[in-house]
Design a protein around this ligand. Structure first.
Ligand code: C2E
Ligand code: MG
Ligand code: MG
Ligand code: MG
Length: 275
């Protein structure tokens, strides 16, 4: 009987799963030392106005070149960083690194583009979050009016009162708040007016279908109109072709981010572009 149970266990916990578990452990271990080992770096994707292609700013995106496994996408490592709590230290490093880079950028080029940083729920609900933000703003001297924080709508579902309170404190510094991936979660236009946000980013999943599905283009158009009525600016994410761009211009979308204009660029490219 014990023999049979053993057999079943081995069948259940098969080679594929064993590989997944080992990789997961390897990723967790690697993440703990990623910052210390200089394996983490940031890239920057520009956002432009949809009418005149004028630069609005950049979204900072994390990249991990893991010495043991090569390039690991943020879609893979951010969830692990969140589950393990590593996101707290990592998020602090990202925050400081991005603000330092953009201080340098502002000094060198005498230009002040917006800078957007993604913040995960785990960071937002950490009791020291607002203090951390304030400290790094002070340390770097970065003017918070050019800083935008991107959060997903799910944070409002899980911790509504607390999150609204945190956002109010952040907005008192002049920081702008964007709701990221809008439409993918529990998105509801009916509570949009309750969220203390400045910017709404329409998820790529909608943009992908905007030129082929009438119902989707109608929804996007409604999102944009309602946002404008509420004084919220709209960024379309993942815009890849002219047709999508034209539809978004027709709907009065404020800003465009996507491969059509530019993929995320390296720090070197960012500084070269403006030289
Ligand atoms: P996100 O914040 O929604 O970022 C947009 C993602 O779409 C980025 O993927 C970007 O490279 C990609 N993208 C932009 N335009 C296009 C396009 O035209 N076509 C396609 N196919 N993709 C496009 P990335 O850099 O892989 O990041 C994935 C997600 O990982 C981000 O989604 C964000 O949720 C998370 N993430 C990335 N960096 C950070 C970070 O520093 N902190 C936190 N907390 N999360 C991060
Ligand atoms: Mg984002
Ligand atoms: Mg997004
Ligand atoms: Mg996304």
């Amino acid at each position: 009987n014990a023999k049979n149970a053993g057999k079943n266990e081995i069948q259940f916990f098969n080679k594929e799963m064993q590989k997944d578990v080992l990789k997961r452990i390897q990723l967790e271990n690697g993440l703990f030392t990623a910052v210390r080992n200089n394996e983490l770096y940031m890239v920057f994707q520009p956002q432009y106005t949809s009418d005149s292609k004028k630069l609005r700013g950049y979204e900072a995106l994390a990249r991990w070149e893991y010495s043991e496994l090569g390039f690991i996408s943020p879609g893979q490592f951010i969830p692990i960083a969140e589950e393990t709590g590593i996101i707290i230290e990592m998020g602090k490093w990202i925050f400081r690194t991005v603000l330092e880079k953009f201080m340098e950028f502002q000094k060198r080029f005498d230009k002040k583009p917006m800078v957007s940083i993604n913040i995960s729920v785990v960071q937002m609900i950490e009791p020291n979050f607002v203090t951390m933000v304030k400290e790094i703003l002070n340390e770097t001297g970065f003017d918070s009016r050019y800083l935008e924080l991107e959060i997903t709508e799910s944070v409002f579902i899980s911790y509504p009162d607390h999150i609204i309170n945190v956002i109010k404190q952040l907005r008192e510094f002049g920081i702008r708040i964007a709701i990221d991936d809008f439409g993918t979660g529990y998105a509801s236009l009916s509570y949009l007016h309750l969220l203390p946000i400045n910017v709404l980013k329409i998820d790529k999943a909608f943009i992908d279908l905007i030129t082929t599905q009438k119902a989707i283009s109608q929804i996007v158009s409604n999102i944009i109109n309602l946002s404008h009525q509420l004084g919220i600016e709209v960024v379309a994410e993942g815009v890849e072709d002219e047709e999508q761009l034209n539809a978004l211009i027709q709907f009065n979308c404020d800003y465009i981010q996507g491969y059509l204009f530019s993929k995320p660029i390296s720090e070197e490219q960012l500084f070269q572009m403006h030289d």
